[in-house]
Write a protein that binds this ligand. Structure first.
Ligand SMILES: Cc1cc2nc3c(=O)[nH]c(=O)nc-3n(C[C@H](O)[C@H](O)[C@H](O)COP(=O)(O)OP(=O)(O)OC[C@H]3O[C@@H](n4cnc5c(N)ncnc54)[C@H](O)[C@@H]3O)c2cc1C
Length: 624
């Protein structure tokens, strides 16, 4: 009795707590309604779909039968449950989960093969990957691996890179200091301690911060996955901060702030942030939440698909087809159709023979927010999305473009002494200053001086099947960031017909990039048999990136630190019947975009798909 009286007295003199208590109760009540409401879609993860992996299909004609099914009106059925625009991993993940729940899904891809950033191309007998160089969390027993196993029926196999999967080179070409990045937490720490023996406290502090960030991620996921009205209440009342420290403590700090709080050593600061090129935003503009997600992603090693990156789409497409769906290429969607009530109900495909309109109750765009709002929707519809305003006031914006150098080398990776690892090369540890100076250059002078950042990888050395597929050949991919503005004057010219000035510029870029590579790999000097370069215009043409952006939306602070912006970057963007999937929902990366695919499937099916997945995983573990 005494306790109750004391409690009443306490609440009477502290009415704020009383209000807070009532609010928490209301939110929990609403949540309980949400959690227990009737499930409308079928469980896509009802049974374990994994089968013993079949032998690798090497015959290109057989692969093309899956990956290059050209669009033709006569191939279409009379109706589909959903249409997906774009066959990147986001689109394929959503489509395959819907298919596993019994839905018939049509995926339309503008390029001549499926996969988006996961596609590969062959030139002069060399196969290159485009947007898959290494993937984390693919060791057995992770939820990510389990997801990929389920949507590929266990057919996609992963091979680990070298334990020293990344190296960081800091300094002018020829004078670089090399640092090793090793997989597994302890090995990672020991390798760094060898380079920085006095920095144990900083390294431990960094690893501790990664754990803290990982635990807080629920806050970020909740505002996207909960129904919007609940997410809004949580944000407006500040309750989200009681549920997770994500927005207050983690995402509101820049990467640079965090690394500077750990150490004064400039090289170590860069080592803690070296792979920011994986999402393309400078450490002083990027949220610590993004860097922490990335660092956690690779903490236990990096992996590569056995048989190359095109294996990803190759093994997901049959899952979509099993439920009557199709993945058709050379199918550029020019418009999302919206009925008189403002509901998206179809797409228009523009072919040389004329326009074809296709209808479906659910339209899903994997083409990115930028394309969806500024190209595919009529302006009067697009403005209804809160994201339109966020883009207009630059809270979210298209990310940076890139240059990709593709080099074919004579000799196997073993013969050339190349390992399954990447090098990240920086000309200076002060990357913010150095790279920003480079970005501030104009179209005329950006090629003066060295490239301040290069990613160098060898796909052929990461894939144990490569020698069987392409004997005696090594491939190298080199990437650096580049601005769309430097190339936009050629945007209306036809691909491969952009004229002499463009070609001259390309030659110069190739020469300069390769020279910097040779400073680290002098043994490759006389081995080049093929070399070509992709610019932001290539990203525009081959992966449909509107402003040549490498990773979709920029990964700036606002995108991750503003709960409101994070909430609005969700599957339902304010146009009924239309959903967004892919990298713009969570983050860039195969796994980031696939997770976007999962929450979009959940929104379309109106059920907790992620719970279905984790439940199946638990059941499989029990029955092992
Ligand atoms: C150079 C580069 C290197 C990368 N390296 C890595 C890496 O090593 N590891 C990693 O995890 N991630 C990496 N990424 C990132 C990762 O590949 C992407 O974040 C992810 O694959 C994006 O998937 P998505 O489905 O969101 O988009 P995308 O793969 O871009 O797919 C979008 C698809 O939509 C299509 N499309 C666009 N408009 C239309 C239209 N109007 N009609 C029809 N189709 C349309 C496009 O052609 C494209 O196929 C890299 C990306 C790039 C560009």
């Amino acid at each position: 009795m005494g306790i109750i009286t004391q409690a009443i007295d306490f609440l009477a003199s502290n009415p704020l707590y009383l209000i807070l208590g009532i609010l928490v109760y209301v939110v929990l009540f609403l949540l309980s309604i949400f959690m227990s409401r009737n499930k409308s879609g079928k469980n896509p993860f009802k049974f374990d779909a994994r089968k013993k992996p079949a032998e690798l299909v090497i015959d290109q004609a057989k692969r093309d039968k899956i990956l290059k099914q050209g669009f033709a009106a006569k191939k279409l059925d009379s109706s589909y449950d959903a249409i997906v625009i774009g066959s990147g991993i986001g689109g394929l993940t959503t489509a395959s989960i819907l298919a596993k729940a019994g839905k018939k899904v049509l995926v339309l891809e503008q390029h001549d093969q499926a996969g988006g950033c996961c596609h590969t191309f062959v030139e002069d007998g060399y196969e290159f990957d485009v947007g898959i160089h290494y993937i984390g969390e693919m060791q057995e027993n992770t939820i990510v691996r389990f997801l990929f196993d389920q949507i590929t029926q266990g057919q996609l196999q992963w091979t680990p890179l070298d334990q020293e999967y990344d190296k960081v080179a800091i300094g002018k070409p020829g004078e670089q200091k090399l640092y090793s990045i090793l997989s597994n937490k302890d090995a990672y720490k020991q390798a760094l301690l060898k380079h920085f023996p006095k920095e144990e406290k900083a390294i431990d502090g960094y690893l501790k911060l990664l754990v803290e960030a990982r635990r807080s991620m629920m806050g970020f996921i909740m505002v996207k996955a909960f129904p919007k009205f609940i997410a809004k209440i949580l944000i407006k009342l500040g309750l989200i901060h009681y549920m997770s420290p994500y927005f207050k403590k983690i995402s509101s700090k820049s990467v640079q702030q965090v690394v500077e709080s750990l150490t004064n050593n400039k090289d170590l600061q860069l080592i803690f942030a070296y792979n920011f090129g994986d999402y393309g935003t400078l450490p002083d503009e990027a949220s610590w939440a993004m860097q922490a997600v990335l660092a956690n992603h690779y903490l236990y090693g990096a992996f590569y698909p056995l048989g190359g990156a095109s294996e990803i789409a190759f093994h997901i497409i049959p899952t979509i087809e099993k439920s009557g769906g199709k993945v058709l290429v050379r199918a550029p969607v020019s418009k999302i159709l919206v009925d008189s009530m403002g509901k998206a109900n179809g797409v228009r495909i523009s072919k040389t023979g004329g326009d074809i309109d296709l209808k479906a109750p659910i339209i899903i765009s994997d083409a990115g927010i930028n394309n969806t709002l500024h190209k595919l929707l009529d302006n009067e519809v697009a403005v209804k999305s809160p994201l339109y305003k966020s883009m207009t006031n630059k809270h979210i914006k298209a990310g940076m473009g890139c240059l990709s150098l593709f080099v074919g080398l004579k000799g196997s990776s073993k013969e050339l002494g190349i390992k399954g690892q990447n090098i990240w090369a920086y000309t200076n540890a002060d990357v913010n200053k150095e790279v920003r100076e480079y970005y501030n250059k104009s179209e005329e002078d950006f090629l003066d001086g060295d490239f301040p950042l290069l990613f160098i990888g060898f796909p052929s050395a990461k894939d144990p099947a490569h020698q069987k597929r392409y004997p005696g050949k090594t491939t190298c991919t080199v990437i650096t960031m580049a601005k769309w503005d430097w190339f936009s004057s050629w945007k209306d010219e036809r691909v491969k017909h952009r004229g002499g000035v463009y070609e001259e510029k390309k030659e110069l870029m190739k020469e300069k990039m390769w020279k910097q590579v040779l400073a680290l790999y002098p043994q490759l000097k006389d081995c080049v048999e093929y070399m070509d370069l992709g610019t932001p215009l290539s990203n525009n043409f081959y992966i449909g990136a509107l402003e040549g952006e490498t990773y979709g939306l920029d990964h700036n602070m606002k995108r991750f630190a503003s709960a409101e912006v994070a909430m609005n970057l969700r599957p339902d963007i304010g146009v009924p019947g239309l959903y967004i999937t892919g990298q713009d929902l969570f983050s860039a990366g195969l796994v980031g975009a696939a997770m976007g695919g999962v929450i979009t499937a959940a929104a379309c099916l109106n059920r907790q798909v992620f719970n279905d997945l984790t439940n199946l995983k638990k059941e499989c573990k029990k029955s092992q």
